[in-house]
Design a binder for this molecule. Sequence first.
Ligand code: ADP
Ligand code: GLC
Length: 529
Amino acid sequence: MPTPLNVLLVAPEATPLAKTGGLGDMVGAYGAALRDAGVAALILMPAYPGALAGVLGATRVARLSGLPGGDGVIIRARMPDTGLSVLLLQMDHLYNREGIYRDRHGRDYVDNLVRFASLAAAAARIARGIRGIGRPDIVHAHDWHTGLTPLFMKLGGVQARSVFTIHNLAFQGNYPLTAGEWIGVPPELLVPALSDERSIEFYGSLSMIKAGIVHAERVTTVSERYAREILTPRFGHLMEGVLNAEAHKLSGITNGIDMQTWDPSSDPLIASHYSVDNVAGKYACKRALQQAFGLTREPFVPLVAIGSRLTEQKLAEVVAEAIPAMLSRHERLQFAILGQGDAQIERRMRELAAQWQGRVGTYIGYDETLAHMLHAGADMLLHASRFEPCGLTQLYAMRFGTIPIASRVGGLSDTIVDYALELGKSGAANGFLFEGETVNAVTDAVRRAIDAFKNPSLWRALQRNAMMRESGWGAPVRRYIDLYCGLTDARPAVSRPFVDTRTAMAAPRSTARPAPQLASAEAAQAAAQ
Ligand code: ADP
Ligand code: GLC
């Protein structure tokens, strides 16, 4: 019998072992969904102390010598939540540190190039074949940290095929060209790019993300719209020329989410469970959120959550400026803010909480439990972005019946259906989208959402549409498998249609029903009153 399609996912983080943002969530959940679809999926990531402590059944399987950062050990283990197989690259002098990418002062580790070149080189070795580890048909590398993987695979004459996924083009892993030699990049690939199209030189630097884009056989990004946007100067971060030259192998596949981790009917981190048919428990979640964030405990006021990195990408400085105007205009409006990022924006968010006691609550820091409480307890999620490759928080919010108000860019635009008040009712609407990066654009969108919130039957219909959105990994996994199958003859072990077993087990029965049209949901609501 042929061995099933074997895919090695290479990534700098994977939830629940290591996470700094959506990348970790995507890799952890995608890997498990791929395995559930009959693929022999395996994650390779660094053995950070938290990852070593978090895995189950750790066993040393191989020793790798001569990686760019020295010698390493491969440990095979299982994810604590999904049981997915994971390989940890142990190089304590590189990974045994407090942070994943940065020190406690927020400074990037100076040797990140060597840290992640070592990970890429280990992936290429595994792809060539190591006793005790099944040889992959496909090596799928994620984001700039792993961008050298396809190049090292080529240099090593590896048979396996390579796929590279861009999660955020704003982060490129650009380092001095001279460092290329230390990590084993041949000099002819460090010349000005014009003289050799395989060069990984980028405006005078060595670029790890460019290495991935140029040398992988397929390049994907995490939403369809972002795949188009990054071909333009506005969203290309200067990489648009390279991407246009490689556009024939570029596609967008919108992320799914782990429907079990983010499920209001079973989430252990929220105050009360609820489902699309009975959202009563959401009031208890709202009360708990108000209490945790020092907000006045009023059940019927509009409560807006902000939960993200507080950075320019997330338009956080514009949102901070817009908050006082919104609080003055809507006299009972409340904000719960969870995030960390630029020190100045953090300070501003704290000041707002001090100035608007009881109406603005700010928690600066990273806290998984609070993130669940936030998405469950709020009425709306304000998710502004200058660019957003996919965005996961709007999907988490929708699952909890919390309506997103978001910028019309990238994955936000692909996953949110705008309720266009001025155009009348839209049957599938599940949120609010706005154009532009100004205070007015933000305040205007929030005003539209608050107007809708004042109409309970309309709000309920929006909530139903949001909660019943199919955001699981079923469809995206099928697209990735098709992409892999275009590169190799290996096939998944099961030919039956993909069933997201983790979702199927956890989902409330009602999610099996077709999503109601907004108009008919309203009618049903009216009939019930
Ligand atoms: P990005 O990866 O660009 O930050 P995503 O929306 O894809 O954006 O993913 C963000 C992830 O990080 C989500 O899981 C979100 O809940 C989480 N997150 C962001 N900020 C915080 C925080 N301060 N505390 C806890 N979780 C956070
Ligand atoms: C990046 C992007 C985000 C995306 C995540 C997972 O962090 O900024 O938009 O959702 O990767 O793909």
